[in-house]
Design a binder for this molecule. Structure first.
Ligand code: ADP
Length: 380
């Protein structure tokens, strides 16, 4: 009988997981709040409705042998409901309860002594932020505890006079925030880790993520990161410990900072396929999406080795507000060696992730030149 994997969410991560499911002979069911999602349009097993509704949950559960997700911001109670209906959920409610609140995630990892962390703390008032800045020095990074992604929930506060504006922009006091010391990093690194239901672990090469200036959003990913081998080894070990400490199953994206003296500090993890792992589709022996499926189905994990000396992914970020029409696609496809991915989103928004381009090469510079040339040809 065909194996059936259900995914909570129908965005680009679910859509690319369907790509891997096709090769494995796995059927994918999508549970989305809204119709016409990028992944929902690719399967007949689509359930549209509120995730909280027991009736709709039952309908979806009937389509699935195992359920996974594409966002860490799912109410753990929803995952518990599926488990009670007899369908395993991977990653499970316990992991989501830890990682969905980024302050709780850090407190958990700090208590476990699993990873090196910058100073951080909960803040309930602007005065708390001022106190943190006085203690740690400025800038301070103010962060939303939940539902933050692509920098939408972050603000770098450079001086005491900027606290009030950042506080208001992030939606406090209605939205719970925490503060973190600013890390003067040299590079941002990421590690994808696959951990199967049976406990097998496979670690992908350490990559460098390049953020758009001041926008807190990933622009490009360079694999492998041009770091000292000892730094790469430590980064992989930290990522592995973090994934173990939260008990995640599936692939997990772990983000780290590398400081000028080669020290590593943990930023955050997301227990799902991750933007910093999209390069693995063409760049590694087994893509993060295939290994995610293998992990949640408890199948043997595939090799995470690079298949070329270097792979670079460049994100296609929305430039306008309106219907998503990829202008310049033909020019991008004419670039030899560029692998263009579009996510099938109906609407573009400035900064929204609309697709990406990956190129392999003999070195990072060559791969980045190819990927950037193709990405630069597309306007969305
Ligand atoms: P999100 O979950 O919205 O992606 P992150 O916590 O990953 O938020 O932060 C997004 C980006 O903001 C990071 O990639 C980094 O560039 C910057 N950033 C976050 N925390 C810090 C920090 N403590 N010091 C310096 N820069 C930071």
């Amino acid at each position: 009988m065909t194996t059936r994997v259900g995914i909570l969410g129908g965005g680009q991560l679910a859509r690319m997981t369907i790509g891997a499911a096709i090769a494995l002979g796995v059927d994918v069911a999508i549970f989305e709040r809204e119709a016409d999602s990028p992944a929902g349009r690719l399967t007949r097993q689509e359930v549209v409705g509120p995730w909280e509704s027991p009736d709709v949950q039952r309908r979806f559960a009937a389509l699935c042998d195992v359920i996974t997700l594409e966002s860490e911001f799912v109410d753990p109670a929803i995952l518990t409901a599926f488990a009670e209906l007899g369908v395993p959920v991977r990653p499970g409610a316990a992991t989501l309860a830890i990682v969905g609140d980024k302050l709780r995630q850090k407190e958990h990892l700090a208590a476990a002594g699993a990873v090196p962390l910058p100073p951080f703390r909960a803040v309930a008032t602007p005065e708390d932020v001022l106190r943190a800045g006085a203690e740690w020095g400025w800038p301070v990074v103010l962060k939303a505890r939940r539902l933050s992604y692509d920098g939408y929930g972050n603000a770098t506060v450079r001086a005491p006079g900027e606290v009030a504006a950042a506080w208001a922009r992030l939606g406090a006091p209605g939205r719970a925030l925490y503060a973190e010391a600013f890390v003067p990093f040299r590079r941002e690194l990421a590690v994808m880790v696959a951990r199967s239901a049976g406990g097998a672990v496979a670690v992908y090469p350490v990559v460098e993520t390049v953020q758009a200036a001041d926008a807190h959003i990933c622009r490009a990913v360079r694999a492998p990161a041009a770091v000292d081998p000892a730094v790469a080894e430590r980064a992989a070990a930290i990522a592995r410990r973090a994934v173990d400490a939260v008990g995640a199953v599936g692939v997990v994206g772990v983000e780290l900072f590398e400081t000028a003296d080669g020290a590593l500090l943990y930023n955050e993890l997301a227990p799902r396929p991750h933007n910093s792992g999209h390069y693995t589709i063409e760049g590694c022996a087994t893509s993060q999406f295939e290994n995610h499926l293998r992990a949640v189905l408890d199948l043997p994990l595939g090799s995470t080795a690079l298949v070329a000396p270097a792979a670079v992914m460049v994100n296609l970020l929305g430039q306008t507000d309106g219907p998503a029409v990829p202008h310049g696609l033909a020019d991008a496809l004419a670039v030899p060696g560029a692998h263009v991915h579009l996510y099938g989103k109906r609407r573009a928004r400035p900064g929204r992730k609309m697709g990406h381009v990956t190129a392999l090469g003999p070195d990072l510079a060559a791969a980045e030149a190819t990927a950037s040339r193709a990405a630069g040809a597309i306007r969305l």
